[in-house]
Each structure stands twice: as C-alpha cells, then as structure tokens.
Ligand binder design. Structure first.
Ligand SMILES: [Zn+2]
Length: 94
C-alpha cells in the first residue's frame, strides 16, 4: 500500500533499502490533463540514519508528491511535464 512520504515515520523506514521510481505525468498543452505516464527507476537508497531520512524528505519537496510503499520497499516521486503534445480529441475542438 502506498502512503504519502510525509506520513511515514523514520522508524518505519530505518535500516531499509528502497528503490526510487520517478513517475512523470505528461500533460496535454490544451486541457492540462494527462496524456500518458512514464515510470523510470532512478536509484536505490539506504535509510541508515535520521539524516538519510531528512535528506529524503528535503529531496521530495521538488516533486509534486512523494509516496512510499513500505511492504515492497519502494519510493515513488511524482512529477509532470509538458512534452508539447496534445490529446487528438483536444485538437478536434480547436
Ligand atoms: Zn487534452
């Protein structure tokens, strides 16, 4: 189950290794809604002490949101991008 990073305590993540995945939502230039989503594994991080945890929280601030899947040792950073693309149905409306 994914939880918001900010709600996950250090004790839950301590001494664990997490795989960090970046999820990029590509947004339509016209309607601002999602065209598609890309996932990319960035790296793995080891939360060995509180400083690693604090660094992770700091890092998460540059993304739209951050989630943790404690059971599966995964962290997801969400971001968005305007690839200069639009939905075919949005073009038809122009
Ligand atoms: Zn659109």
């Amino acid at each position: 189950m994914k939880k918001a990073l900010q709600t996950v305590k250090f004790k839950e993540m301590e001494k664990k290794i997490f795989e960090v995945t970046l999820i990029t939502e590509r947004l339509c230039e016209i309607c601002d809604r999602i065209i598609d989503t890309k996932e990319k594994v960035m790296k793995t991080i080891h939360i060995s002490d509180r400083r690693d945890y604090d660094n992770l929280l700091m890092r998460a601030k540059i993304y739209d949101r951050a989630e943790v899947d404690i059971e599966n040792n995964k962290i997801y950073f969400h971001t968005h991008d305007y690839p200069g693309d639009v939905h075919p149905s949005c073009i038809e409306k122009l």
